[in-house]
Design a protein around this ligand. Structure first.
Ligand SMILES: NC(=O)c1ccc[n+]([C@@H]2O[C@H](COP(=O)([O-])OP(=O)(O)OC[C@H]3O[C@@H](n4cnc5c(N)ncnc54)[C@H](O)[C@@H]3O)[C@@H](O)[C@H]2O)c1
Ligand SMILES: O=c1ccn([C@@H]2O[C@H](COP(=O)(O)OP(=O)(O)O[C@H]3O[C@H](CO)[C@@H](O)[C@H](O)[C@H]3O)[C@@H](O)[C@H]2O)c(=O)[nH]1
Length: 447
């Protein structure tokens, strides 16, 4: 009989995972403690903006006309425990307030709620990003709490999807990594992922600690690559070099590769920043803090980029202060094709300028509602053109396609001063200059 799957936590990771499991042909039951997310899913709506997710949901959510009916939702733990053979735990693991460490309380609470109801054999699979050592501890807790005791087992299966590509990455991942303690757990996970495995996706079997570490070290490597190129951007600015040309030339070396070498205002989001900090905190607990001191530098190079953009903007409006100056901010999300503003560099820069007295107007194609919740005191416009109207400087801070396609002449007609600062190094300088704009980019003093 086909496996039945549950997904616990239906945020960016869980909603996508649930829809993808239904797409792969499984019967899926998803649970969240947030009623609004469950209500949205039940109506076939994605609880967040993620390209392709809503289409997938409408194809599978039970009760939607023409759907496969394979995906259902609930808020009832007993129903979840009774339904599933394999339970994926996808809840959030944010940074603890005022600390670097990871807040494990959501994972612990979800695991406990599930465990207490598990009266039959089941494989519980952690997908959340957790500090190394967590799975070991959680396995003991699960065995203790679950009425079905030894028939309930834990595995860890970290997720590597990127927001904006979540559906594609889930259905066709680069690799699948599983931390398991038994052949049974491995067999069940091979069954779940039979389709991507058949497509040739590497399936890496590891112990708990290694599986957890693959995730945090992958994000640390990506963060390091971005901060490396941003450090080079600082040197380019001092020496008169061009970081975009430098990155291109570096990237032609296949050992280095071209990806993740785009200099700008740096990385943000609900993953990279908090994951490198949690990794440092955990290494400290393990007495291995020296191994990761470089991540402190990665973090500080990254945070400096935000301050540097604020300085560039202040200089552009006269150098003294932002008082009485209008600043247009294009972009609020931490990356394009997402509505996610968690630790967004764009919103952080907008917020800093606002706090320094600037009159900031933000526009983002998908992130406006979330941005308003985080920063209600900023000004918000309904289009890029509206944001730019009367502006003394325009900051391009999230590289949405829509912004690359803007007509600089049209914007120039409504701006007060034609100065654009490209915080993502993707606008075409010639197009803007031809329309009378002063164009400046990060790490490209002569661009
Ligand atoms: N967002 C990504 O791109 C991504 C990619 C890979 C891994 N991850 C990791 O996946 C995890 C989830 O991230 P996310 O971005 O989806 O977070 P999120 O905040 O979007 O979603 C988490 C969901 O879990 C729910 N939840 C919290 N406590 C719960 C509980 N006790 N029981 C049931 N549901 C509960 C929340 O209501 C929320 O809907 C994190 O560990 C993150 O680091 C995220
Ligand atoms: O050359 C680059 C590439 C990215 N970024 C920025 O880096 C951040 C993160 O980008 P990305 O990694 O694409 O976004 P996420 O969706 O957060 O994905 C990361 O975090 C997820 C959660 O752990 C992992 O699953 C993914 O593999 C990992 O890429 C964004 O602010 C980007 O603007 C740059 O500044 N320069």
């Amino acid at each position: 009989m086909a496996l039945k799957i549950t997904v616990i936590g239906t945020g960016y990771l869980g909603a996508t995972h649930a829809a993808a499991m239904a797409e792969l042909g499984f019967e899926v039951l998803a649970l969240d403690v947030a009623k609004e997310k469950i209500d949205a899913l039940r109506a076939g709506r994605a609880p967040m903006y993620e390209p392709g997710l809503e289409e997938l949901l409408r194809r599978h959510v039970s009760g939607i006309e023409g759907s496969s009916g394979r995906l259902r939702v609930t808020m009832d733990w007993a129903e979840i425990a009774d339904f599933g053979d394999v339970h994926f735990v996808c809840v959030n693991t944010p940074q603890k307030q005022g600390e670097y460490a990871c807040d494990m309380s959501y994972v612990e609470s979800a695991m406990d709620s599930l465990a207490k109801h598990l009266g039959k054999a089941a494989l519980v699979v952690g997908k959340s990003t957790v500090p190394v050592g967590s799975a070991d501890r959680l396995a003991a807790r699960l065995a203790e709490l679950a009425p079905a005791g030894g028939e309930v087992e834990l595995a860890w299966n970290p997720e590597f999807l990127r927001e904006g590509f979540a559906v594609e990455d889930t259905l066709h991942p680069d690799r699948i990594v599983v931390g398991v303690r038994s052949e049974r757990a491995e067999r069940l996970l091979r069954e779940v992922y039979a389709s991507p495995i058949a497509e040739g996706t590497p399936f890496v079997v590891a112990d708990f600690a290694t599986a957890e570490l693959v995730k945090t070290s992958a994000n640390s490597f990506l963060a390091t690559k971005i901060s490396f190129i941003n450090a080079m951007a600082e040197v380019c600015e001092a020496a008169g070099g061009d970081v975009a040309t430098l990155a291109e030339a570096l990237g032609h070396d296949e050992r280095i590769g071209r990806k993740f070498l785009r200099a700008g205002i740096g990385f943000g989001g609900g993953c990279l920043p908090k994951d490198i900090r949690a990794f440092m905190a955990r290494a400290g607990e393990l007495g291995a803090d020296q191994a990761l001191t470089f991540l402190r530098e990665v973090d500080s190079v990254n945070m400096r980029r935000r301050g540097h953009m604020v300085d560039m903007a202040r200089e552009a409006v006269g150098g003294e202060s932002f008082l009485g100056k209008r600043v247009a901010v294009l972009g609020a999300t931490f990356k394009p094709d997402s509505d996610d503003v968690r630790d967004s560099p764009a919103l952080n820069v907008a917020g800093q300028i606002h706090l320094q007295g600037g009159q900031v107007t933000v526009y983002d194609p998908k992130g406006m509602d979330n941005a308003r919740l985080v920063f209600p005191t900023l000004g918000y416009a309904t289009s890029a053109l509206e944001a730019v109207r009367g502006a003394d400087v325009v900051l391009h801070l999230t590289e949405w396609r829509e912004f690359r396609d803007l007509d600089p002449a049209e914007l120039g007609a409504v701006a007060s001063v034609r100065t654009v600062l490209d915080g993502r190094n993707v606008l075409d300088p010639a197009r803007w200059r031809d329309a009378g704009w002063t164009y400046r980019a990060m790490g490209r003093p002569n661009a």
